[in-house]
Design a protein around this ligand. Sequence first.
Ligand SMILES: Cc1ncc(COP(=O)(O)O)c(C=O)c1O
Length: 487
Amino acid sequence: MAKTPPADPRASLDPEDWETLRAQGHRMLDDILDYIEGIRERPVWQPIPDEVRERFRSEVPRAPAELTDVHHEFMRNVLPYATGNVHPGFMGWVHGGGNPAGVLAEMLAAGLNANLGGRDHAPIEVERQVVEWMRTLFGFPDTATGLFVTGTSMANLIAVLVARTSALGAGVRRKGVRAGAKRLTAYTSAAAHGCIAQAMDLSGLGIEALRVIPTDDHHRIDLDALKATIAADRAEGATPFLVVGTAGTVDIGAIDDLAALAEVAKHEKIWFHVDGAFGALAILAPELAPRLAGIERADSLAFDFHKWGQVPYDAGFVLVRDGRMHRSAFASPAAYLRRETRGLAAGSPWPCDFGPDLSRGFRALKTWFTLKVHGTERIGRAIAHSCELARYLKSRIEATPELELLAPVQLNIVCFGYRSPDANRLNAEIVIALQESGIAAPSATTIDGRVAIRAAIVNHRTEKQDIDALVAATLAIGAARQESAAA
Ligand SMILES: Cc1ncc(COP(=O)(O)O)c(C=O)c1O
């Protein structure tokens, strides 16, 4: 229990004794670096015991406590029960592993406490530099603009809003979507992430205005079905305005034929957006980059650095080809945000002109550090390595009679199952048991009505031994559950 120190009459939150704070700060830094360095010694994940969960029910802390005590509380009650995505055995959903340079950069960013909504200061230049790097990397013209956001969900929403403004004109911002005579429709595949439908919802266009196009055998958007649906919508008086391709579908990592989508969009004169949440950064791996051909023709691209880019959460990003359109979808003049040509209010346009956030943190710094410290070649190598591991896992599954592949392995995601007459129930149980074992943490999904154990290899720390541990634990759990079900 923290003892209540005597009331401090000072308003400042800085310490009276900087030396003590400094020593404590070094301990905290050591602890978190120890955590990362020794991550293999820990379970990937463990459930939160009831008594620990109970500790998060305490009252608002009115009196001060010692930093040391709060840090102890963190070490005891928070750190051991984190998601586990720093661990090489974490393969659930699509989670990046982070990296120590990014951690240290985040600490520096917190110290600067910069607000990247706008104004003229070097942190904005850091963000602009990353925007420029991404613009060149993805082959966008120099009219393109970009912005850090929370994650790819937000980046996709921003892109849908810019596409909406492009279709309806900037008047939509005042009058709303109902004011226009047009009934806008958008198109994406059945394998697209749910945040695309959510973006249609949030943009006021409605989820039903998103046409969900079936996929082919490779889980890519069916181009003939896409063209037929656009034609049918036009015939019914709708205005097709947006097609969303995916570079790395969330379930199995499929990449739509982006060049063909670019052609369809050009022919139909509609906005071409790419959701490249994790897959877009495959551009850093020379052996994978050709599969993204056509991405350079997108009107907008959403992705993030916190998955395959290994930047600590969160670091979403959106790139828009037509920077003027991007700005006209968001810029909102206000007297208190007056721009100047000199002084701190110089440097317009500001990031707040390109998205809904005014106050914004310095996400760019941990990204800038990660890119500079490791270099894009090394990050690309880690990306290619996770695809090699996925192929290795595929070969292990094919060589193991008890297991079967449930989807083609195209990138870094493997969906498989334990063969059983009661496979759906068994595989859902195996996923939970694997997570609870602390050995590996895949997640579950459903492929063609079948529950799959889904291993998304994203973490740069994952090695063959982690894949072997996943297979061994799956077999052991599967056999034990089959036996107990038979008994
Ligand atoms: C294809 C795809 N799009 C969008 C998202 C959402 O990204 P975020 O979690 O960064 O919002 C994901 C997340 O896995 C994804 O795989």
